[in-house]
Design a protein around this ligand. Structure first.
Ligand code: FPP
Length: 243
């Protein structure tokens, strides 16, 4: 009797590092005739759901673009609302992050934020500093071009003193200066809300990342959407290997 071929489970190609441009909070609120602040508030629920889902899926690092260096151009009231939500998130969720062994990281110059926010962030970083679990990196007052400018300055300063041979500057030397130096390479970059731009986010790191633009507005993006994105990533990887 012929033996039926046993279907082999396809190996799951899990992205090690996923980054998300969380876009569409304002449009989500407008569609409901709500103030923009309500969209951001709903967006925090997605942050919570997606960070939990990333842990469940086994993603090593999740980077979220929460406040860009260009977001200072928004009305003061909206910026104040975002600061309030950030504080609320830390106050409500820090215990869970500590318990789950999450290593919290911040990308960007968050020290330009109000003193009470900086204090909360520093405390959260200290409380999660010794953890060894998945990384949650939050980009706060982050801009990729500034990150690259800083890297260039640091290398140039060392070259000027003679400590570094300019001919020895390679991609690894630049990467070692970036704020993501302790994170795994970026595998998957997702932007919600249908916009197809990188908006000064992880420009160097995105060099080899898979880009996924989804129409879903950030407050509607949940655990299932992250799982679908990871599946899409796995399919792209498999097609790549088959060529
Ligand atoms: C983009 O939507 C979203 C932001 C600029 C802020 C993202 C912030 C959060 C989700 C909440 C705080 C984050 C944490 C980590 C607690 P938009 O306002 O540009 O939307 P629009 O393009 O529809 O107007």
């Amino acid at each position: 009797m012929a033996t039926a071929a046993i279907p082999q489970a396809a190996p799951v190609v899990l992205p090690r590092h996923v980054a998300i441009i969380m876009d569409g909070n304002g449009r989500w609120a407008a569609a409901r005739r709500l103030p923009r602040a309500m969209g951001h508030r709903a967006g925090v629920e997605s942050v919570r759901a997606v960070t939990r889902a990333a842990r469940t899926l086994g993603i090593e690092a999740l980077t979220l673009y929460a406040f860009s260096s260009e977001n200072w151009r928004r009305p003061a009231e909206e910026i104040g609302g975002l600061m309030k939500l950030l504080k609320l998130f830390i106050r409500n969720d820090l215990a869970e992050l500590v318990r789950e062994g999450v290593q919290l990281r911040v990308l960007g110059d968050y020290r330009r934020f109000p003193a009470d926010v900086v204090e909360l962030i520093d405390d959260a970083l200290a409380q999660t500093g010794g953890n060894r679990g998945p990384i949650l990196a939050i980009a706060l007052n982050y801009g990729a071009q500034s990150e690259l400018v800083e890297a260039a300055r640091a290398l140039a300063a060392r070259a000027a003193t003679g400590a570094l041979d300019p001919a020895a500057i390679d991609a690894d030397a630049i990467e070692a200066q970036l704020e993501t130096r302790e994170l795994p390479p970026l595998d998957l970059l997702i932007r919600t809300s249908g916009e197809q731009r990188l908006s000064n986010f992880l420009l160097w790191q995105a060099a080899y990342a898979e880009l996924l633009f989804v129409d879903t507005l950030w407050p509607d993006f949940g655990a299932d959407d992250l799982a679908a994105a990871v599946e899409a990533f796995a399919r792209r990887q498999r097609r790549y290997g088959g060529l």
